[in-house]
Design a protein around this ligand. Sequence first.
Ligand code: BTN
Length: 244
Amino acid sequence: MSSTPVLPDGWTLVALASVGSTNDEAARLADSGASEGTVVWAREQTGGRGRRGRRWASPVGNLYSSTIVRPTCSAQRTSELGFVAALAVADIVPAGRAVRLKWPNDVLVDGGKVAGILLESAVGQAGHVDHVVIGIGINVGFAPQLPEMRYPGAALGGTVEAALEKLTQAIATRLAEWRREGFETVRAAWLAKAGPLGLEVDVRLGEELVRGRFAGLDREGALLLETSAGPRKIVSGELLGRAA
Ligand code: BTN
């Protein structure tokens, strides 16, 4: 494998030895006019960010990349890109490993979290989406074990360069599918790799803990739960434990 990863036709690689956060660098480039398909990749991040203000441990040996997308959809629909990205990560998991998608955007392999996805959007006046940065961290060489982690980690194996090549190709393919066929196709593909319907799950909503049975995804990507108090739609929250 060459040390410079080859990206899909028309895509641009910005390769860095070290950066605070590839998402921040990608947002900066997008604000300066960088086109869709610009990918910021760093060997390490000194300030890697996760969802909910958490840090993302980013030493050399794993993959940290952020891809600029310029969708023409409404701001409300940009969260669909998190499902597109999760499917792209699932696509590059080697055959024979058990892959499961966990709402909203986590990817588990053999029961351990192998990747995290952080979407950040810039929305202009009148709700026009200027760009979305799809930040993806994948454990390639090893799975960091940190005290704050709720799940064991898992690692993909192989080289970071090979993972980036496969990932960018998978993102390009899944993005094209989303644009061509819409969220319904993405939703069906995501559900096929999620936990089984009826699985009991806990979801944290701020201070509230909601328990229910996994009942699918709605047309906007919200989590549907059957709780003892009736059906519930969760737009934003954190799935805990027996993960769907
Ligand atoms: C999560 O909390 O699960 C999301 C983690 C996202 C980490 C990636 S690594 C590349 C990009 N740059 C960042 O600072 N975060 C994302």
